[in-house]
Design a protein around this ligand. Structure first.
Ligand code: NOJ
Length: 528
């Protein structure tokens, strides 16, 4: 909706992976107090900060950490590694004092096998909570109940046999993460109560983990090619359940739901946000899987716009704690650093909410993890390496992340890319991200303006944002590793004023659009 600039549309939502953000107590693992100490980096009300609208915290709940917190053993407390409930309350207070909203991770598809609900359920076939999880008899020959596989390749089948009760339980991820049974109304009510627990503590929203898995084929049928995928997005149950989740947050003013809708089909993603009474935002995973090609990104952007209803609003992200970082993923032709900058411009200038993963503002690449330091079952350690706050030459090997031994090695680039070093350098990626964020904060056209794509010439992705007051900005991103001329568009004015380039050497001033050439990997924002 043009002109509507509520907080979750206005600016960036910054993802914090608490284990790797900042460690205040020196045990090598990040914690909630560490986050509080760095809130000014995120938003101190001035252009020296990132001006974020909100933070999304990956799980900090009590957990055996088999999946680093996505195996929750108690939904309503804080793991001692991260602090206490009082630390969380202080974090909310300090964030709100700076105008930063707080979004927490809700993991409703599964619990830890150490959660009291699962312990009860596992106690025997007659347990009152038996049906809170998905238990079934096996098939002949000691085979699991169906052919579903865990999302984690290394795990294999999505079922584990329980010899005591002679039945199998479903786990879409690790065996230590049994799936809750969402066909059991008591489970749904229990999760609604968990939401209310955090809403009462002032949280402003939830990121819902693998939300498409909250409805599965109740008959647990095998996968059949061409038939609906039976282990997710089951219709119409998924939409009914989403509406009830939405009703819970709507009991409180101005709260937001963003779903990890891990579906790669735009039409199905859009169905989670189009009616206006389900999710507010759906993470669009198409971006994460694209090759670095203009046509691919354009199709994802235009595709969403074409399918979206007036109520739908895009949520763009290119990196998170499960996927390689941009500077590493798109590093062919040594273009990683330039592309990391171009992606930031894209996120802030596209119609939609930018989600920025911690470290993206530093242009951080993945860390190299030696085999003896690997801890994740699914190869995601490199993108989870701790944030270098200060150069190791000054702060020691923990780079200001910790005074102890970091739980994962830091990226080799910690010295040059440390936040403190970039902070004073106007050419740095951190300086660029700050400028992008504050430009967007000051420009209703970038927050809520209409968007139209342009045919801009080979390898150039270009679009115009137009505000209600007629203000217009043109964004151009060069996907090529070589210079590319802008082909213009017949209805654009002959000149435009440079608002920002990802190339710190580009001179400020007015440009003749007919003769604009973008450097390798360069992205521009121009005022029309
Ligand atoms: C998605 C999360 O982002 C990921 O880290 C986790 O392993 C799975 N869901 C299971 O919770």
């Amino acid at each position: 909706m043009a002109g509507d600039s509520t907080w979750w549309r206005r600016g960036a939502i910054y993802q914090i992976y608490p284990r790797s953000f900042a460690d205040a107590d020196g045990d090598g693992v990040g914690d909630l107090r560490g986050i509080v100490e760095h809130l000014d980096h995120l938003n101190d009300g001035t252009e020296r900060s990132l001006g974020v609208e909100a933070i999304w915290l990956s799980p900090f709940y009590p957990s055996p950490m088999a999946d680093f917190g996505y195996d929750v053993a108690d939904y309503c407390d804080v793991d001692p590694a991260f602090g206490t409930l009082a630390d969380f309350e202080r974090l909310v207070e300090e964030a709100h004092r700076r105008g930063i909203k707080v979004v927490v991770d809700l993991v409703p598809n599964h619990t830890s096998d150490q959660h009291p609900w699962f312990r009860d359920s596992r106690a025997g076939r007659g347990s009152p909570r038996r049906d809170w999880y998905v238990w079934r008899d096996g098939r002949d020959g000691g085979r699991p109940p169906n052919d579903w596989a865990s999302t984690f390749r290394a795990v294999g089948p999505a079922w584990t046999y329980d010899p005591a009760s002679e039945q199998w339980y479903l786990h879409s991820f690790l065996p230590q993460q049994p799936d809750l049974n969402w066909d059991e109304p008591a489970v749904e009510e229990a999760i609604h109560d968990v939401m209310r627990f955090w809403l009462e503590r002032g949280v402003d929203g939830f990121r819902i983990d693998v939300v498409q898995k909250l409805a599965k084929d109740p008959l647990l049928r095998d996968v059949v090619e061409g038939a609906p995928v039976p282990y997710e997005d089951w219709q119409p149950a998924i939409h009914e359940r989403l509406r009830r989740l939405r009703a819970v947050v709507d009991e409180y003013p101005d709260r937001m739901l963003v779903g990890e809708v891990y579906l790669l089909d735009l039409e199905r993603i859009v169905a989670y946000v189009n009616s206006g009474d389900e999710l507010h935002l759906a993470h669009n995973f198409t971006f994460v899987h694209l090759p670095w090609r203009m046509e691919a990104f354009r199709a994802a952007i235009d595709g969403f716009e074409a399918l979206a209803s007036a109520a739908a609003w895009p949520a763009w992200f290119v990196a998170n704690h499960d996927n390689p970082r941009v500077a590493s993923r798109f590093d062919d032709d040594d273009q990683g650093p330039a592309r990391a900058r171009a992606v930031l411009l894209m996120l802030y200038a596209l119609r939609g909410t930018p989600f920025v993963y911690q470290g993206e503002e530093l242009g951080l690449p993945d860390a190299a993890i030696p085999p003896d330091r690997v801890v994740d079952v699914d190869g995601r350690d490199p993108e989870r390496a701790p944030i270098p706050w200060r150069p190791p030459s000054e702060a020691g090997p923990g780079a200001g992340f910790t005074t102890g031994d970091p739980w994962l090695p830091l990226a080799a680039e910690a010295e040059e890319l440390a936040a403190q070093r970039q902070s004073g350098d106007p050419r740095s990626t951190l300086a660029l991200t700050r400028r992008l964020a504050w430009l967007r904060r000051g420009e209703p056209a970038l927050q809520s303006g209409a968007q139209r794509s342009l045919d801009a010439g080979a390898d150039l992705l270009a679009w115009v944002r137009t505000g209600d007051d007629g203000t217009a900005l043109l964004a151009i991103v060069n996907f090529a590793a070589r210079s590319r001329p802008f082909a213009g568009a017949p209805d654009l004015p002959p000149t435009a004023v440079l608002a920002l380039s990802t190339d710190p050497d580009r001179a400020p001033g007015t440009l003749a659009l007919e003769t604009v050439t973008l450097g390798p990997g360069e992205a521009l924002l121009l005022r029309l």
